[in-house]
Design a protein around this ligand. Structure first.
Ligand code: ZN
Length: 269
């Protein structure tokens, strides 16, 4: 099946957090986020909804330069800072949340690096502003470590919880840590989702590649990440050290900086 050509961006937090509380560089500032959205629009990208994206998987044509904006984890700042900016530009997006931790904290991180997550009410508010919702597991456990019964809880039960919170169908999934294997992909498919987002990985409806945007990004690296060639050059450079020179030549400092920056582009949080 032909894959839709949409660019899929992956954000985590949008807030003023600082490196001490954000060692994984997951948070972009509200100012940077606004500038990035403006740049996306000025560059002729056409933001699409996740429903559009899923229809694209079924063969419905997408606009040229389609872009899907995704957020993982459901940090409070996404509701406070990103949702209003997106709403002001009429830009849709989709938010992947660990449904069992709504209103709590990102408990999968070190205690000093935890951040507040949206509540049920926050989720309904952003949903009303044009942010669709999807499942990011129940409690952000790495799904590849779970029994079949627990995997079912994290996919099937979680979807029902989230659908009742937002009063809408939930048809897409994002793997915690971007971590998956054949059994996990099969479980997500069997749970009735139409697609699942990963980070790098394979091009498959249940492991869709995304381009991460993080605290290290400048406007220059952000612009590079919008290039069609970026994902394949990035994954080649991570799998084969010999390809890094090529990646560096093509993309400049963006790739090298990310290697120096540590784990953030290797596994999502
Ligand atoms: Zn996550």
């Amino acid at each position: 099946m032909r894959r839709p050509s949409a660019l899929v961006l992956m954000y985590h937090g949008v807030d003023r957090v600082g490196a001490v509380r954000d060692p994984h560089a997951m948070f972009v500032t509200p100012e940077a986020f606004r500038a990035q959205v403006e740049h996306v629009l000025e560059s002729g990208f056409v933001p699409i909804t996740v429903q559009d994206y899923l229809a694209g998987l079924d063969g419905v044509p997408l606009p040229q330069k389609a872009v899907l904006i995704t957020f993982d984890d459901g940090y409070l700042g996404v509701g406070e800072h990103a949702a209003p900016v997106l709403a002001s530009f009429g830009v849709p997006s989709v938010l992947y949340v660990p449904a069992g931790l709504l209103g709590g904290w990102s408990e999968w991180l070190e205690p000093r690096h935890r951040h507040r997550l949206m509540s049920d009410a926050d989720l309904r508010a952003v949903h009303g502003q044009g942010m669709a919702v999807g499942v990011h597991g129940l409690d952000h456990t790495d799904l590849t470590t779970l029994s079949d019964a627990e995997l079912r809880r994290q996919t099937v039960d979680t979807r029902e919880v989230l659908e009742s919170v937002v009063g809408d169908d939930v048809r897409s999934f994002a793997f915690p840590y971007g971590s998956h294997d054949a059994r996990v992909r099969a479980a997500v498919r069997a749970a009735g989702y139409r697609a699942a987002f990963a980070v790098h990985d394979r091009e498959d409806d249940f492991a869709i590649r995304r381009v991460d945007v993080n605290a290290f990004d400048t406007m220059r690296t952000f612009r590079l990440k919008l290039r069609p060639l970026y994902p394949s050059v990035r994954s080649a450079s991570e799998r084969f050290p010999a390809a890094r020179r090529l990646a560096h030549d093509l993309l400049g400092r963006a790739v090298r900086d990310q290697h120096d920056g540590g784990t953030v582009t290797v596994r999502t949080r």
